[in-house]
Design a protein around this ligand. Structure first.
Ligand code: FAD
Length: 475
């Protein structure tokens, strides 16, 4: 259903990009009110599916002229409410813009449209022995446009950094429909303020990304994985620090804490664990064929110091990709989501980060909070770069429980900040973390950052029409 006052506007949309690319029925628009968080957005006026930059520009111009808000969307896996529609908005669904436009191996870049799924891009690049490193656990479905807009992290961040490290340039459409080319096709480019990097991570609040120029790199010659099963979380923290102290090329270090292992045992009973194993660390290391055996031995020796109850080494890439325990780590969101659905409760996907030297203390403090608040909480994540996910399954309809969940989130956020990290490692802010962002800025005596954010927003988006109310309040 479209309200009468929007009739001319929607007619304009249909004229601009075709009736088949403008969804107006509530039943068709309903799925677009959701992302992977528990936030439910407003019913959008329309869902527009542009097929080209020119289409995006036409839609934006119409929205600008009619004071309509715009929420961009690629795969919709945002975890903070960043992708859900706001009042009086359209959803700009970019899934028709799904092509890899150029692969340039000697210059080591690719050019893609926004809705290229990360795993599909890497499957294509792997044929030539290259890859694009950012790998959020959602890479099976998450896309280039969405992952740039949230500056997604992932497992390999410990070795190859987060998404922004790999973005050379972007094509964007501004709120008024103007198309701009930002950055270049080169690694070196010092030409004034870096607007590309300002837009990366801006959650659709500054401009619409319609193309991306991404740096790529060769796949390491050999890799191996050591899975260490421990009795306690503490050993996870200690073993991570020990392996990071070496000059071994750690690609990723992923952990499942005691609470996460308990959740897996509850929800995925078919997954076998060695006797006495309550926590797991999986370390992937890049090597060269000639050095593989000696590096495996060196890594085993280092990790053994933390007394694992069981260790397994995998050097076969196919077996690594097929590993049940690694897959369940990647799928932790779904494990917990299933449980939350069964309990008719909500899932909050917490996400803090800190220097790895503070992990042992931080994990101890977070576990103490799990005991204190008696919430259904689990910890797991990308321990190699200090990123801990603390997921909470909670009945948010119960005010007391909702308050407890908020209180514990705030306390965990401040543990991360106190140790020199942040309350948001990789998921971004969206709606969920706006207050925690303020806490962090207050702690650093830097609340004025929000005024600078507002100034930047105004410069890009003077009418405040791009995903307003996400990250920070406009006033
Ligand atoms: C199972 C699961 C695992 C996850 N694991 C990780 C992880 O390991 N690391 C991590 O960082 N995140 C993770 N996430 C969060 C999420 O997958 C990432 O944020 C992802 O990068 C979002 O991509 P998307 O295509 O789904 O974006 P969307 O959800 O479609 O959009 C995300 C944000 O970007 C904006 N946006 C989308 N496209 C554009 C565009 N073209 N131009 C401008 N703005 C745009 C949207 O408005 C929204 O604010 C996970 C999520 C799930 C469900």
């Amino acid at each position: 259903m479209v309200e009468e006052k929007y009739a001319n506007f929607t007619k304009g949309l249909v004229g601009a990009i075709g009736a088949e690319n403008v969804l107006l029925d509530d039943s068709k628009k309903e799925p677009f009110r959701h992302d992977a968080s528990d936030y439910v957005g407003e019913m959008p006026i329309a869902v527009c599916r542009p097929g080209s930059t020119d289409d995006v520009s036409k839609v934006m111009k119409l929205c600008y002229d009619n004071d309509i808000k715009v929420v961009a969307r690629d795969s919709g896996t945002g975890l903070t409410g960043c992708t859900v529609p706001v009042k009086d908005s359209i959803v700009l669904d970019l899934t028709r813009m799904n092509k890899v436009l150029e692969v340039n191996l000697p210059a080591r870049y690719v050019v893609t449209e926004p809705y290229v799924v990360l795993d599909d891009l890497n499957a294509q690049l792997a044929k030539d022995g290259f890859f694009y490193p950012p790998d959020p656990a959602s890479s099976k479905v998450a896309s280039v446009g969405g992952s740039l807009s949230t500056n997604a992290g992932g497992m390999r961040a410990v070795s190859t950094g987060v998404t922004r490290t790999w973005v050379l340039g972007i094509e964007v459409v501004l709120a008024n429909g103007k198309v701009l080319q930002l950055g270049s096709r080169t690694v070196k480019d010092n030409s004034g303020y870096n607007l590309t990097q300002l837009i990366v991570g801006s959650e659709g609040t500054l401009a619409i990304i319609t193309k991306a120029i991404l740096h790529i790199t060769p796949i390491p010659e050999a890799t191996f994985r050591i899975g260490c099963y421990f009795k306690t979380d503490e050993s996870n923290g200690e073993a991570t620090q020990n392996i990071l102290k070496t000059n071994l090329q750690v690609i990723s270090a992923e952990f499942l804490g005691e609470s996460a292992m308990a959740a897996i045992k509850r929800n995925r009973a078919n997954i076998p664990f060695p006797e006495g194993a309550n926590a797991v660390l999986m370390v992937d290391i890049a090597s060269q064929k000639a050095a593989l055996d000696s590096e495996v031995e060196r890594a085993k020796e280092v990790l053994s110091k933390s007394n694992p109850v069981f260790m397994e080494v995998t050097t076969d890439p196919a077996k690594m990709a097929d590993s049940q325990i690694f897959k369940v780590r990647q799928d932790m969101y779904y494990v917990l989501h299933d449980e939350s659905q069964k309990l008719h409760q909500s899932l909050i996907a917490g996400d803090v980060t800190m220097p790895t030297t503070h992990l042992i203390d931080a994990i101890r403090e977070i576990n103490a909070l799990i005991d204190k608040y008696k919430l259904n909480m689990t910890i797991f994540g990308h321990i190699g770069d200090g990123n801990i996910h603390h997921s909470i399954i909670v009945d948010l309809k119960n005010p007391e429980e909702a308050k407890k969940a908020d209180d514990v989130q705030r306390e965990i956020s401040m543990i991360a900040v106190k140790y020199g990290g942040s309350m948001s490692a990789e998921h971004g802010i969206g709606y969920e973390k706006k207050e925690y962002l303020k806490d962090e800025l207050k702690y650093r005596d830097s609340l004025e950052v929000l005024d600078l954010f507002r100034g930047i927003k105004k410069a890009f988006d003077p009418k405040g029409m791009l995903n307003p109310g996400k990250i920070f309040d406009l006033q």
